[in-house]
Design a protein around this ligand. Structure first.
Ligand code: VIB
Length: 228
């Protein structure tokens, strides 16, 4: 399994749920992005829902600033909020504008249940737990898209209509933010659980949260495909 540099805590969590991770990062939706076979309607359905998803993910990352215990943790969360609102969502606005869907319509989109379940699960885990409970549920989204983007950039057919999506997640800007999130996550877990974090009584709960968030990512891709 390829391991881009997102840190050892992420690697341990990912390797703790190999089946779910595979179902997420090798989903039929992902393969369709790479070979260009994904129906356009499925992609648009996904992208419009994803705009709303990012609104709520920006709120969840903002909660990270509140739950942080060091300035470095605050910095990484604030930078991620910035990347989300000012860069990642721009892809959605740009792509939808090209099809005549303006931002007010995006903001007013009715959420599908799979979308709502995921973002509210993340918010609740973050509200209930401490900083690392929050990062554990945010991690599958960040590092999963990082892995998917890098892999697709290497195998995607040259004329896939989804190149803009792939380049957004494979690009240095996104990968650099993810590398700093990975470093921060390692430091945050060492600080609270120590270097033997896997034997901490809290580890199973963190793994459970990470695994559930990964399953909710699978549900999100399924929702995209259902929008055909
Ligand atoms: C369903 C879904 N899952 C993950 C991402 C990717 N993503 C969402 S927030 C974030 C962190 C900072 O950019 C990243 C990478 C997405 N767009 N949609």
């Amino acid at each position: 399994m390829s391991t881009p540099g997102y840190g050892q805590v992420f690697a341990a969590l990912r390797d703790g749920c190999p089946e779910q991770w595979q179902a997420y990062t090798r989903h039929a939706f992902v393969e369709g992005l790479g070979d260009g076979s994904l129906p356009r309607a499925s992609f648009m359905h996904y992208l419009i829902q994803d705009y709303v998803f990012l609104v709520h993910f920006s709120r969840a990352w903002s909660l990270g600033v509140i739950k942080a215990e060091t300035r470095e943790e605050m910095q990484v969360c604030a930078a991620t909020v910035n990347a989300l609102i000012n860069h990642e969502m721009a892809l959605h606005v740009r792509t939808c504008a090209g099809l005549g869907i303006d931002e007010a319509a995006l903001f007013a989109t009715k959420e599908e249940v799979a979308n709502l379940a995921y973002t509210r699960y993340v918010m609740d885990a973050g509200l209930q737990g401490d900083f690392i409970d929050l990062i554990a549920v945010l991690a599958p989204c960040c590092f999963g898209y990082g892995e998917i983007g890098l892999r697709l950039a290497g195998v995607a057919v040259a004329d896939t209509p989804y190149a803009d999506w792939i380049v957004t997640y494979a690009g240095d800007e996104y990968q650099d933010v993810m590398a700093s999130v990975g470093e921060m996550f390692d430091a945050a877990v060492f600080r609270r659980l120590g270097p033997e974090f896997r034997t901490s009584p809290r580890w199973q709960r963190l793994q459970g949260r990470f695994t559930t968030a990964t399953e909710l990512e699978v549900g999100f891709w399924d929702m995209g495909l259902d929008g055909r």
